[in-house]
Design a protein around this ligand. Structure first.
Ligand code: MG
Length: 388
């Protein structure tokens, strides 16, 4: 296949001229299409800058070389853009969705999300995907005429990757696919899969770097075992660091190639004529081959037990949960402990939604924190030796 440069969009790609539009009508920009504009709004958002200091797997202060939520986001974005261009999908939209996909993540990664979800159990729970949408729809306050970033339907559709049926009912057209069990557009499907390709690959790299995974453990896995053997046979004298980089690099390239080839075949066979044909599907059209899907699931299971449940990661995660839970308790007991603008917000939400409103304002404040801000805030609240 020739390098795809500036080819026309496919029939099934999202076309900015046919966007379902924004919640608040706006004039078109002079030099950018609506999806480029979405991407720029996301990059200029304060929630985007905070990704730099939020955990992916390793807490931010554990080391300078591990992935953060921001570098993870950039890796997802570049993997997805390669695939978008090869399949003639909309690269601008793909970029916007991937850059926004983790904006709603709490500090301390999944441990933080689980803790906040448990705290919010009586008040509608906490889902990081839904929170990403809340960030771009409500919480970012930058524009004179509206709250949020007023993004296009297509970008918001892509951000909302998962959603419970209860929450979906409250979202109107955006929530319908979770009730009908249909699919989003291909750019949204792509962002979802590129996320998995990125974290599976970089978590292997980070896990090895941290000494929590051993190369010998990876030799027994299908995809990684094959790639390690391939690199070793081509470069018998290669040192350990280069062996890891060569293997992880091939791991990404192999999965990207598999997605492009498998999806091209599917699109040729199913011939969707428009984005709405893609949306009507019950299964994603953008996916791995069956063989790669098996390898992918095997690796996910391996990482779950060997890395995410590793003693060291587990201890840090439990500490993170206690930090989040302590903050939530203190702020819901007395919202005046929060900074004035969050206190005001809690009073406003409490006036309309009672205790659930108060809890939601606290969850918004905590979810927006970076790792170190949460640790500092916890210290300021609970350590009497600290000044306010
Ligand atoms: Mg992600």
């Amino acid at each position: 296949m020739a390098t795809p440069e500036a080819r026309p969009l496919a029939r099934y790609a999202a076309d900015p001229a046919n966007s379902r539009g924004r919640i608040h009508a706006e004039d078109e920009a002079t030099f950018r299409n609506p999806f480029q504009r979405d991407r720029d709004r996301i990059i200029h958002a304060s929630a985007f800058r905070r990704l730099e200091y939020k955990t992916q797997v390793f807490i931010n202060h554990e080391g300078d070389l591990f992935r953060t939520r921001l570098t993870h986001t950039l890796e997802v974005c570049q993997i997805a853009r390669t695939i978008a261009r090869a399949l003639d999908l909309n690269e601008d939209l793909t970029e916007a969705i991937t850059l926004a996909h983790d904006l709603g993540h709490t500090p301390f990664g999944h441990a933080g999300q689980d803790a906040l979800n448990a705290c919010m159990a009586d008040h509608g729970g906490f889902e990081h995907n839904l929170q990403s949408l809340r960030v771009v729809d409500v919480l970012e306050q930058r524009y004179a005429r509206f709250d949020g970033l007023n993004l296009t339907y297509e970008t918001r559709e892509g951000i909302l990757k998962h959603c419970s049926r209860t929450n979906a009912r409250a979202l109107g057209a955006l929530g319908e696919r979770f009730l009908n069990r249909t699919q989003p557009g291909l750019e949204a499907q792509l962002a979802n899969l590129a996320d998995e390709v990125a974290y599976n690959s970089h978590d292997v790299d980070d896990g090895l770097r941290a000494g929590l995974l051993a190369l010998e453990d990876l030799e027994h896995l299908g995809l990684l075992g094959r790639l390690l053997a391939e690199v070793r046979s081509t470069y018998p004298d290669i040192d350990r660091r280069r062996l890891i980089y060569e293997t992880v690099r091939r791991m990404i390239a192999t999965q990207v190639g598999d997605i492009i080839n498998t999806t091209s075949d599917t699109l040729r066979r199913e011939t969707p004529g428009s984005v709405d044909d893609v949306r009507a599907g019950t299964d994603p059209m953008l996916r791995f081959s069956n063989g790669m899907q098996q390898d992918h699931l095997e690796l996910k299971r391996f990482l779950f037990t060997a890395l995410y449940r590793h003693h060291r990661v587990y201890r840090m995660a439990e500490k993170a949960k206690r930090t989040i839970t302590g903050l939530f308790q203190a702020f819901t007991d007395d919202p005046a402990l929060m900074p004035p603008q969050h206190y005001e917000q809690s009073r406003a939400l409490e006036a309309t939604d009672g205790d659930a409103g108060r809890a939601r304002a606290v969850a918004d404040y905590i979810a927006g924190m970076t790792d170190r801000y949460a640790i500092d805030e916890h210290g300021r609240l609970f350590d009497p030796r600290r000044l306010t």
